[in-house]
Design a protein around this ligand. Sequence first.
Ligand SMILES: [Zn+2]
Length: 122
Amino acid sequence: MHELGIVVKVLEQVDAAAEENGAEKVLGVTMEVGEVSSIVPDLFTDAFDWAKKKTRYAQDAKLNMIIIEGRTYCQSCGETYRTTEYGRKCPHCGSFETYLLTGDQVIVKDISATFPEQEQTG
Ligand SMILES: [Zn+2]
């Protein structure tokens, strides 16, 4: 399951960002996952919940995934269309002169964390 490899890299990034910003604890990680990326969301969540136990800051972090629709652009007619429905063939003109615009990303969009100074209010 290659999701685990990706999750481990993501959590390394999260830990590094937490450390760099002086965070105390990571509460949540929001990720953008393209629907034509090679990620299976359920497997990714499982891998995340397993791998986060080994991190320094993100042991109780919640994963929030935003699924980004796959969209392909056709160079022949200039239209865009939904990648998961039509693949590489443009449904408007039948051309294969197409490329993926969006939908294959796997990126950390946002990290929410607590900071030591926030604990001291009150
Ligand atoms: Zn077209």
